[in-house]
Design a protein around this ligand. Structure first.
Ligand SMILES: [Zn+2]
Length: 220
């Protein structure tokens, strides 16, 4: 275990390896590079195409010839045919590190997560994770994928995309700006309150239908 209350992936390698072992023959070694897969549209076929054998080895999970669907609490029904749309996907990369798909499934189950709320950019990872959870005998959480706040360039606001950090020193006004962006209509006097009071006001208002869906910065 990591520090109290936190799990570090580096402390969880044995759990990821145990998950791989329990998947048996469904996991296989793969030396394909991105360019090897480009002629397949990036979708790994059931058998590795001929490739250069000098590249490091990743561990890949065989997917079934089936459609995996689920009902998202916000986006409604979403499904993918894993074999045609995603292909066999990596569980350990060629550096010997667990991939996001494996780590998030194993760690969420370990932590007893029953409701997953995250950005809509991860919607198309979900059928893979449901498939993996099923193979590992894990429970089925509920999913809600939230709209993303995008910059004028169409990319999501994130550190990765060099978005400006939020200033903590004027937290109350920042919270008010965020609430207005989300479609709330706070009174001007609310900005004089402490952040906790503003959050509580928003929680009390949450039954109102936010007009965020009409905001051009929200996209499906
Ligand atoms: Zn391969």
């Amino acid at each position: 275990m990591g520090r109290r209350g936190f799990i570090s992936q580096s402390d969880r390698i044995e759990a990821y390896r145990a998950a791989i072992a329990s998947l048996g023959d469904l996991v296989y070694s793969c030396r394909c590079s991105r360019s090897d897969l480009s002629e397949f549209g990036g979708v790994h076929p059931p058998l590795c195409p001929p490739n250069s054998a000098e590249t490091p080895v990743a561990l890949r999970l065989r997917v079934g010839d089936e459609t995996i669907g689920f009902t998202d609490r916000l986006c409604g029904y979403f499904a993918q045919h894993l074999c045609k749309e995603v292909g066999d996907f990596a569980l350990f990369n060629a550096l010997g590190e667990p991939t996001y798909q494996l780590a998030v499934v194993v760690d969420d189950e370990f932590s007893g997560v029953s409701e997953i709320v995250r950005g809509r950019d991860l919607l198309d990872s979900t059928p893979r994770q449901i498939y993996l959870r099923r193979l590992l005998g894990f429970s089925s959480p509920s999913y809600a994928h939230l709209p993303l706040a995008l910059g004028s360039d169409g990319y999501k606001l994130s550190k990765q995309n060099l978005a400006e950090p939020i200033e903590a020193k004027n937290a109350s006004q920042t919270l008010i700006d965020a609430l207005i962006f989300l479609g709330f209509a706070p009174q001007k006097t609310l900005a004089k309150q402490k952040p906790a009071a503003i959050v509580q006001w928003a929680l009390n208002e949450r039954r109102c239908e936010p007009s965020g869906a009409d905001n051009p910065l929200f996209r499906k």
